[in-house]
Design a protein around this ligand. Structure first.
Ligand SMILES: N[C@@H](CCC(=O)N[C@@H](CS)C(=O)NCC(=O)O)C(=O)O
Length: 233
């Protein structure tokens, strides 16, 4: 039996943060699959492993523990797999970055497709996207990150902040070349860190698997179609 079961749609998007932490830690997991997720979501809270509105949801089989909400899952894995920094300040900063990443992917999908992208909406959003990117660059700058070495919040070991950073920007820029161009210009140190982390064998294998399993898909649905429409080459 695998160490965990992950409930997330068959696209990278929000679930990829959880997959990346598990892959980096050398853990095994089963993907519950789209039908099982839809069935759980339709059912009553009392039949859910943990009450949740939307995936990701993770079950840790060894501990017989279920948790939902991406930042809560990542915090749980970070603590149990020893990927959190040593001080309360850096742990809080880590979770701030995880929550920022979750905000960015909500924004890039207009809150899960509440509206669709139009050229005008995208143009208005670009300065805000650049501002988000600059937050990563500034955070790295304040903690000694350079283009060639270092981690997002300092120290000498890769942690949750780096894995989440590489997953957020690596997946997005791999799927959307126009965003890649903006990212490399706006946040060159974060782009270099993303590349270094993405090249780690376990994470490179996960990226290849996502390509194989999900193709070019990012978040799926109508919102991905409208995003592709405004970002076409
Ligand atoms: N705040 C939640 C958001 C969960 C969420 O919105 N999941 C999306 C997929 S990324 C979903 O399928 N939602 C279905 C719904 O909310 O009905 C988290 O961070 O995990």
């Amino acid at each position: 039996m695998s160490d965990y079961t992950l409930y997330y749609w068959s696209v990278p998007f929000r679930g990829q943060f959880v997959r990346a932490v598990l892959a980096h830690a050398g853990k095994t997991w089963d993907e519950a699959g789209d039908d099982a997720i839809a069935k759980l979501m339709k059912g009553p809270a009392k039949k859910m492993p943990v009450p949740f509105m939307g995936p990701p949801l993770l079950i840790d089989h060894e501990k017989d523990f279920a948790i939902a909400e991406m930042p809560a899952i990542v915090l749980y894995l970070g603590e149990t797999l020893d990927l959190m920094p040593a001080t309360p300040e850096l742990r809080a900063l880590t979770m701030k970055i995880v929550n920022d990443a979750n905000d960015v992917i909500d924004e890039i999908t207009l809150q899960g497709g509440m509206q669709m992208w139009t050229e005008k909406r995208w143009e208005e959003f670009v300065p805000r996207l650049k501002k988000w990117m600059s937050f990563w660059e500034e955070t790295g700058h304040r903690h000694g990150l350079t283009k060639d070495a270092g981690f997002l919040i300092g120290g000498d070991a890769l942690g949750i902040a780096d894995i989440v950073t590489a997953t957020l920007w690596g997946t997005m820029t791999d799927r959307f070349k126009k965003i890649d161009t903006v990212f490399k210009r706006t946040a060159p140190m974060t782009a270099a860190l993303t590349q270094r982390v993405a090249e780690l064998p376990a994470l490179a294998a996960l990226t290849a698997k996502a390509r194989e399993d999900y193709g070019d898909a990012y978040c799926g649905g109508q919102i991905e179609k409208s995003l592709r429409m405004v970002l076409k080459d």
